[in-house]
Write a protein that binds this ligand. Structure first.
Ligand code: SF4
Length: 322
């Protein structure tokens, strides 16, 4: 029997701004709007130079209110950074909060895939999002539907461990399964354990881990088989990763040198991941930001860019394993 394949994407994260008009209770990434200068192209280029092997450029941004006078400049910056990534032969993947139809359609010409966390449903999330208007359930659902109507390969996910009930978890997965049944655009669902921020990582406890494994198994059962299930490897105990894979995880997402959202949780290196997985008869395989099943629906210029990146990744991985 061939070893089961687990994928990941060599990634570098650019943050156009940490300024955000929302204020989610759990967020330590956010800065008040207007306090810090936005990311300039020259600085972005310098950051990209530090990570020549990264084929995915994750554009992870705080959100500017749709009615703000700053919105147009913010959006123009997202586009300029996407263009720069493509110009360098890399693939942008933008996750910048809810977008208008025009904005999303524009970004879909530059990004092979886009992302937005669904996060979850129910009172546990409502409490955390009292001051985050763009995290309302109706807004998130509408965004995932809009991406489906536009045929955009999409990454979404659930944030787990905020006190949500099993009923709420089932309901959230039902929403995602229905969206996929209608549009078929959900390429990945991230099952992300919420971890406290701070100077030091707080490892997942045994009981937390057991419960998360049940959530993964439930997601695998409820979501169509083509939807990849992803978990960030820096948020799991490394030695327990094979158990998460046995439960249904088949992707480790974009891996940068650090995690800008959870900086206290160090990223394992691809070589450490590969060695671990090989011991469990699993095979680690690099991939572009968009999974192969969705390549055929991409605009031609993006499909060519994705194919070129894939060739480069497979060659590099075969030769040097990094
Ligand atoms: S929307 Fe994102 S960046 Fe803004 S406060 Fe919430 S989690 Fe933080």
């Amino acid at each position: 029997m061939l070893p089961r394949v687990v994928t990941w994407s060599p990634s570098v994260t650019l943050v156009p701004t940490q300024g955000c008009f929302n204020a989610c209770d759990y967020c330590s990434f956010r800065r008040p709007l207007g306090q810090e200068p936005p990311l300039e192209l020259s600085e972005a280029r310098a950051q990209l130079r530090q990570r020549p092997e990264a084929t995915e450029v994750l554009l992870l941004s705080g959100e500017v209110h749709p009615a703000s006078a700053e919105r147009e400049a913010w959006f123009a910056r997202l586009c300029a950074l996407g263009v720069e990534a493509l110009r360098q032969g890399r693939l942008p993947h933008t996750n910048a909060g809810p977008l208008s139809l025009r904005e999303m359609a524009r970004l879909a010409r530059l990004n092979p895939s886009l992302g937005l966390m669904f996060e979850g449903v129910g009172p546990a999330y409502d409490r955390q999002h009292r001051q985050a208007p763009s995290k309302r359930l109706a807004v998130r659902l509408e965004q995932l539907q809009q991406a489906g109507r536009l045929g955009i390969p999409f990454t979404t996910g659930l944030l787990l461990g905020l006190g949500e009930s099993w009923e709420a978890r089932r309901q959230a997965l039902t929403f995602l399964a229905e969206l996929q049944g209608r549009w078929g655009h959900l390429q990945e669902v991230i099952l992300q354990p919420w971890r406290p921020d701070g100077c030091e990582a707080v490892p997942i406890s045994g009981p937390e881990q057991a419960e998360l494994l049940e959530v993964i198994a439930l997601a695998r059962q409820m979501l169509p088989a083509e939807v990849h299930l992803q978990t960030p490897p820096n948020l799991w105990p490394l030695e327990a990763l094979p158990e998460a894979i046995a439960a249904g995880i088949d992707d480790l997402g974009g891996i940068d040198c650090t995690d800008v959202i959870n900086p206290a949780y160090p990223q394992p290196t691809p070589l450490a991941l590969q060695a671990l997985l090989e011991r469990h008869d699993l095979q680690l395989q690099p991939r572009p930001c968009v999974h192969r099943r969705w390549w055929g629906g991409l605009p031609r210029h993006l499909r060519l860019a994705v194919e070129a990146v894939d060739q480069q990744l497979q060659l590099r991985w075969a030769v040097s394993g990094c």
